[in-house]
Design a protein around this ligand. Structure first.
Ligand SMILES: *[C@@H]1O[C@H](CO)[C@@H](O)[C@H](O)[C@H]1NC(C)=O
Length: 335
């Protein structure tokens, strides 16, 4: 057996890549210096191998400690920025807005071809929602929300609703409603309303539409809404204005409800369904036990982590509360 020879893939002399011709060796003085330094280092290493190892070791350790200190400091700053500095500095994008107008989402717009918003085929609908005229009711909620906000310069308009349907893909009800408003040119109110219209993209039921939107309002304005107007179906008024409002202990005098009727064909089933949901919220006002809780899990097919109560730290207790009786803690709007 012959001893393996080292193999050089490239010629050892300097090679000019462009011309393919060997280049004349042209050592610069800095290269010479580097080389002589290398020689000296090599010599030093031969004389004191232990010392050199110790020096390199301590150099490495210093760099490591420095890096980890930098990282932990960086992390702390990141935490503060999100949770403290922002809230204290008062730098909110909508500081001047006082009132909340919330449009509760009911479905997701799924048309690929930008089909008609008033057509049922353009929306992902549950079997109980498949009625002629159903899509038009969503559009009228959007229009009402926009028009109410247009009449009140101090209002923030929020479309609320999460990615609630698996087969509709990862698109939220809130985004759907915003997109409809946009494509309808904000019903003639673009200049006044568009910049004050945002989304709340995590709610999975009507209780969360209200609670999450209040939290989102705080996140955007730095304070809690003075007046709240909810836009939904007229048959849901009792649910929003009584059950949810009182579960959150929101003052009645500052709570308003604007409802539109269900389609005639949907009405009877809708009323029946509503009575059943109302009964469940009556026993479980926070929607966190039994069937209402199950419904929430089902309406979160993509496991979206709820970001709240980040953005509304005063509501931390309320967000973690679950029980059949009203939340006993104090709330910013009851003080
Ligand atoms: C809240 O609504 C009441 C009743 O309409 C009104 O008098 C009051 O000015 C509103 N507050 C704000 C901040 O708009």
């Amino acid at each position: 057996m012959s001893t393996p020879k080292s193999f050089h893939a490239y010629p050892r002399f300097d090679f000019d890549l462009e011309s393919g011709l060997p280049r004349k060796a042209r050592k610069s003085s800095s290269l010479k210096m580097l080389k002589s330094f290398g020689n000296r280092f090599h010599h030093f290493y031969k004389m004191h191998p232990l010392l050199v190892s110790l020096i390199s070791l301590s150099l490495g350790l210093t760099i490591l400690i420095g890096l980890s200190l930098y990282e932990s400091r960086f992390k702390t700053m990141g935490y503060r920025r999100g949770d403290e500095v922002d809230l204290r500095s008062g730098s909110y994008p909508f500081k001047n807005l006082r009132n909340l107008v919330m449009v509760a989402g009911h479905a997701i717009y799924t048309s690929n071809s930008c089909g008609k918003m008033e057509s049922e085929d353009s929306w992902f609908l549950e079997p109980y929602q498949k009625h002629t005229g159903q899509a038009a009711t969503f559009v009228s909620h959007i229009r009402d929300g926009v028009e109410i906000a247009a009449k009140d310069e101090g209002a923030l308009l929020l479309f609320s609703g999460g990615e609630t349907r698996k087969d509709a893909g990862p698109r939220s009800e809130a985004q759907s409603y915003w997109a409809v408003a946009e494509s309808k040119s904000w019903f003639g109110n673009e200049d006044s309303v568009k910049s004050r219209a945002l989304t709340e993209e995590h709610a999975r039921d009507s209780f969360e539409n209200l609670l999450f939107s209040v939290c989102r309002f705080r996140e955007l304005t730095g304070s809690y809404p003075q007046n709240i107007t909810v836009v939904s179906y007229d048959f849901k008024e009792e649910r929003f204005a009584h059950l949810h409002r009182s579960a959150l202990n929101l003052p009645q005098s500052r709570f308003f409800f604007v409802g539109t009727p269900a389609t005639p064909t949907a009405k009877e089933a809708a009323m029946k369904g509503e009575a059943s949901v109302r009964a469940q919220f009556l026993e479980d006002p926070y929607g966190c036990l039994g069937s209402l809780h199950q419904k929430r899990l089902k309406r979160d097919p993509f496991h979206r982590t709820v970001p709240y109560p980040n953005g509304c730290p005063e509501l931390k207790g309320l967000f973690s509360y679950c029980g059949p009786v009203p939340y006993p803690g104090s709330l910013p709007w009851t003080q």
